[in-house]
Design a protein around this ligand. Structure first.
Ligand SMILES: Nc1nc2c(ncn2[C@@H]2O[C@H](COP(=O)(O)OP(=O)(O)OP(=O)(O)O)[C@@H](O)[C@H]2O)c(=O)[nH]1
Ligand SMILES: [Mg+2]
Length: 447
């Protein structure tokens, strides 16, 4: 890492919002040295709660995120918000920033809002988002909220970088549960029926409840590995309990109840993954109905997460506290079930693969350019001078030669790969990439 990045990192860790904004710009633009910077952030991460908020356009995501930020600030938690590709950068994004500015006390720098878009991020937006989350986490934000429209696979990938995913389902408006994208429903850890002041909210809640009930008969939440048991009878009994509870107030909690979880949160909150046992006991007494813990062959087993369904009226701020409690409950569940560690492992594995793919892709591009560009090669194939297989083999051989010069030496004495690559024959940070990398700090909004 060069001296200016060292000082940038130092400023970020010292809590300077400008340094945070600058770091995210570097990440977004893949500026030279950003990899070393992100590498250095890792050892400072791991304490933030990352919450993803997704849902159809106009579902009320920004309004809800604004109210969540306010509520977290009232609890003295610092907040970072990443708004992904707001449908209108001039209304959605800006309005969100303005609202927070208005809502917050003057000079409150502890809600940091940053928008990122597919346009802005060179390469993968989900990698850039995950890296931006790392920057906010290392900075020391307690809660990081990612807001994205649940439109496609890309958005689903992005929101899955969050520990807890809340899917907003507005009532009626043809947005019935059946018509929602299957992928969106599967990634939900918490359902939020926002605009509960509108007609049809009860029906939407009922439909979601039936869907959750059906789903719990078949599988657990988004943990596809079946880490904590795929088939579950306790899952469906949890849903039965909720049916009996009926629709009371703003909570229709499949995993929540009205027995004062807020009071017990501090007692049961555990950030430690290594010592979950003591907390399990406390947790059991408080939440045995909603999240039963069973003894299974001498292993403590937390029953599968039962997705709560929460009603909110974001414009009025109602249901916000219930949502916050559900997020905290889900966080505890992740830790106590061991799913958090599993989630982290899966995420890092995916990150490693993605980074490798991106890096190798870049190297291939570099080799292709060195060989005259893909268009020239294609023309040579068209003229019958060569064929795609021969070209592929030549390019791969060339990339392999480069890789042979940088053997992987194992995890423990890993060379500083990213810096080394700067002087390397296969350097992928071509000058034109650097040329397009310009700071967009002007877009950073912090209130
Ligand atoms: N009646 C009612 N209106 C709401 C509620 N929450 C948000 N709205 C309104 O719904 C509209 C859209 O809200 P946003 O918060 O911008 O929705 P969004 O999901 O962020 O929208 P995009 O970013 O454009 O996808 C605004 O006019 C809000 O005032 C609610 O609980 N009840
Ligand atoms: Mg919005």
């Amino acid at each position: 890492m060069n001296a200016s990045d060292e000082s940038l990192l130092e400023s970020l860790l010292a809590g300077e919002h400008r340094a945070l904004a600058r770091t995210i710009s570097k990440i977004e633009n893949r500026e030279t040295g950003y990899q070393s910077l992100v590498s250095a952030l890792y050892s400072h991460t791991g304490s933030a709660d990352v919450i993803g908020i997704t849902g159809s356009p106009g579902a009320g995501k920004s309004t809800l995120v604004d109210k969540l930020a306010e509520a977290y600030r009232a609890r003295n938690d610092t907040v970072g918000i990443i708004a992904i590709d707001p449908s209108s950068p001039f209304t959605g994004g800006a309005v969100l920033g303005d609202r927070i500015r208005m809502a917050s006390t003057v000079g409150d720098m502890d809600v940091f809002v940053r928008s990122m878009s597919a346009r802005g991020a060179l390469g993968g937006l989900s990698t850039a988002t995950a890296d931006a989350v790392k920057a906010m986490d290392a900075f020391g934000k307690d809660k990081i909220i990612i807001e994205t429209v649940g439109a496609g696979q890309n958005e689903i990938d992005i929101v899955q970088t969050a520990d807890t995913v809340a899917v907003l389902v507005p009532p009626g408006s043809g947005d019935d549960v059946q018509t929602l994208k299957a992928g969106i429903l599967e990634i939900a850890d918490v359902f939020i029926v926002n605009k509960a002041d509108r007609d049809g909210a009860d029906r939407t809640v009922q439909e979601l409840r039936e869907m959750v009930h059906l789903g719990e008969g078949k599988q657990t939440s988004r943990d596809a590995s079946g880490h904590h048991g795929v088939m579950s009878s306790t899952g469906s009994s949890t849903a039965d309990i909720n049916r009996q509870d009926g629709h009371t107030g703003t909570t229709v909690g499949a995993g929540m109840d009205n027995r004062g979880h807020a009071q017990t949160q501090t007692e049961t909150e555990s950030e430690s993954e290594s010592e979950p046992a003591a907390d399990l006991t406390a947790h059991q007494t408080e939440t045995e109905t909603s999240n039963p813990i069973t003894k299974d062959n001498n292993h403590d087993t937390v029953s599968p997460w039962s997705k709560p369904i929460i009603e909110t009226v974001a414009t009025e701020g109602s249901g916000i506290e219930t949502a916050i409690e559900a997020f905290a409950e889900h966080r505890r569940y992740l830790t106590q079930s061991g799913e958090k560690a599993e989630q982290a492992r899966q995420r890092y594995a995916e990150e490693i693969r993605t980074l490798l793919r991106e890096e190798i892709d870049q190297r291939i591009e570099t080799e292709l350019n060195a060989a005259g560009g893909v268009d020239t090669l294609a023309e040579a194939v068209r003229r019958g001078e060569t064929d795609p297989y021969t070209i592929m083999n030549e390019v791969v051989n060339s990339v392999e030669t480069c890789l042979d010069e940088q053997p992987f030496e194992g995890v423990f004495d890993l060379p500083d790969y990213t810096d080394q690559a700067d002087d390397d024959c296969c350097d992928t940070r071509s000058s034109d990439m650097n040329d397009t990398a310009s700071s967009n700090d002007d877009n950073d909004r912090s209130s």
